[in-house]
Design a protein around this ligand. Structure first.
Ligand code: PEP
Ligand code: MG
Length: 575
């Protein structure tokens, strides 16, 4: 019998394929006293060789699909295995302690990991070495125990991935040719893995609670990312039904695609801007394919995350230049590094915090580590002559933070000009509005910034005190709650009062229920995952701004999230 589980619909479309579980096997073992030391040493040696063979295959695949830079991490892992000292320490341990291979491996690698971690505060490279050894140990141990480690880079047939959670780096490794979709136990619609699924245009369900428990390796699975349902071991009739649903969605996409070169305009002729959110220059194909009128959010932290050390000014300059040139004079809003929260850098260890989402992150790191910030700003300034550059700062809570960031920007600009480097004189400076304090004080900020970009993903989380990635409180993550709508309205009205531009780059901008309200509030730019653009443009064409202004008024005057959904559904046909 088919089993059905339901989660949060995180990325549209229907996928039907076998399950591939991205779940680590149980690698626990018992410590034993042994007689045959040579036998244990042979086992370690064989496990090292098998691990090296795995890593070489993974590296070759990763190089082909993601490029040499991304594959470098596997070279580092191979080097760990080739270090003669590591193997001889494990052999010594077997001899002296008369202990089994697994226990000797663990004892020796734990010692190295501890040693490197202790040095990590002074030398961030050491934290990375510790992480490499930890990864390699897992692989060698899996061979010793005869268990398979999942290797997403080795997938070579169509699958849907089943995982407890997906980190941004797991998601970045997925090969779209084979990975048809994914389902996780935890996570929310606006967690980064879900956002990346929409960018990759693969269906996804998050926060299902039970996917890894209820789905077995190789089970046939239907993943309905439109409604958040997954069917395990479906019948032929169900497969046919969902294939039809997938085709109907594909047909709609063909209709939307006709709007690729059209303006984003309401039924009564008011023009808006629909931009795209990107994480790397690699996302540009989708941006152009979907007819974006600009890049409304370039999340530059991925540049830092995809690298094994702080990216140089030159490497950053090349990326920014590429994006600006590719957009051919259309505006590109680059957000300075938003590290922290769920986005980590292995080479920049952050302090352990009870609540990293409210901790040391984003502009707070940039102002504290202004060496890193200045490098980024210099790269941006130098790239500014290749297009229309807007820069914004993430997680700004107070005006002094914005002023400090602006001062540093002006200092670096003056230095470059003094050095004779050409920089644009028309760079716009703005802030993300994702902290309620800034949303409330928007009228003060509006007098100093050039633009706002409302980051609803975090703004909703902080306003409702409901973590965006936590499915247990996802019922409180309410984009249409009138309290959120009032904050958004305050930001848009404050911008307009001072003749400034109001954009939104949180996922709400591409949400069909929110979009009519935002059109009614007069939001200037809607920036979203590129794959949502054409659907949004299609919906916008059907809306009258006067009617939507009335709808928006009723919405902010409502009492609950559900009331607003009902209100929009009663007035607008959102398909
Ligand atoms: C946001 O918070 O809405 C946003 C766009 O930033 P991010 O999703 O990268 O946190
Ligand atoms: Mg944010």
């Amino acid at each position: 019998m088919t089993k059905k589980i339901t989660g949060i619909a995180a990325s549209n479309g229907v996928a039907i394929a076998k399950a591939y579980k991205l779940v680590d096997p149980d690698l626990s073992f018992e410590t034993r006293t042994i007689d045959d030391a040579q036998g244990e040493k042979d086992r370690v040696n064989a496990a090292f060789l098998a691990s090296k063979a795995d890593l070489e295959t993974i590296r070759t695949k990763a190089e082909a699909s993601m490029g040499a830079d991304e594959a470098e991490v596997f070279t580092a892992h191979i080097m760990v295995l080739e270090d003669p000292e590591l193997l001889s320490s494990i052999n010594d341990k077997i001899d002296t302690d008369k202990t089994n291979a697994e226990a000797a491996l663990k004892a020796v690698t734990d010692m190295y990991i501890g040693m490197f971690e202790a040095m990590a505060d002074d030398n961030p490279y050491m934290a990375e070495r510790a992480a490499d050894i930890r990864d390699v140990t897992k692989r060698v141990l899996s061979h010793l125990l005869g268990k398979d480690l999942p290797n997403p880079a080795l997938i070579n047939e169509e699958v849907v991935i089943v995982a407890h959670d997906m980190t941004p780096s797991d998601t970045a490794q997925l090969d779209r040719r084979y990975v048809k979709g994914f389902i996780t136990d935890v996570g929310g619609r606006t967690a980064h893995a879900a956002i990346m699924a929409r960018t990759l245009e693969i269906p996804a369900i998050v926060g299902s609670d039970v996917a890894t428990k209820d789905i077995d390796e190789n089970d046939m699975v239907i993943l309905d990312g439109l409604d958040g349902d997954a069917l395990i071991l479906p019948s032929d009739a169900e497969i046919a039904e969902y294939q039809q649903k997938g085709r109907a969605y594909a047909d709609k996409k063909v209709e939307w695609a006709k709007l690729k070169n059209e303006k984003s305009v309401s039924a009564d002729g008011k023009e808006f801007v629909i931009g795209a959110n990107i994480g790397t220059p690699k996302d540009l194909d989708g941006v152009i394919e979907n007819g974006a009128e600009g890049v409304g959010l370039y999340r530059t932290e991925f540049l830092y995350m995809d690298s094994s050390e702080l990216p140089t000014e030159e490497a950053q300059f090349e990326s920014y230049k590429k994006v600006l040139e590719s957009m051919d004079g259309k505006p590109v809003t680059v957000r300075t590094m938003d590290i922290g929260g769920d986005k980590h850098l292995p080479y920049l260890p952050l302090p352990e915090e009870d609540n990293p989402f409210m901790g040391y992150r984003a502009i707070r790191i940039s102002l504290d580590r202004d060496d890193i910030f200045r490098t980024q700003l210099r790269a941006l300034l130098r790239a500014s002559v290749y297009g229309q550059l807007w820069i914004m700062f993430p997680m700004v809570a107070t005006l002094p933070e914005f002023r400090a960031a602006r001062d540093i920007f002006n200092e670096e600009k003056a230095k470059l000009v003094a050095e004779g480097t050409e920089v644009s004189d028309d760079i716009k400076l703005g802030i993300m509005i994702e902290i309620p304090a800034a949303a409330v004080l928007a009228d003060k900020f509006a007098q100093e910034v050039d633009f706002f970009s409302i980051g609803t993903n975090d703004l909703i989380g902080y306003s409702m005190a409901a973590d965006r990635g936590n499915d247990r409180v996802s019922y409180l993550y309410q984009p249409y709650n009138p309290s959120i709508l009032r904050l958004v309205k305050n930001v848009i009205d404050s911008a307009h009062k001072y003749g400034k531009f109001a954009a939104m780059c949180g996922e709400m901008a591409g949400d069909p229920i929110a979009l009519p309200i935002l059109v009614g509030m007069g939001l200037d730019e809607f920036s979203m995952s590129a794959t949502s653009i054409l659907q949004a443009r299609s919906l916008m064409k059907k809306l009258d701004t006067q009617e939507m202004a009335q709808l928006a008024e009723q919405a902010v005057d409502s009492e609950t999230n559900d009331e607003v959904i009902a209100l929009v559904q009663a007035n607008v046909s959102v398909d």
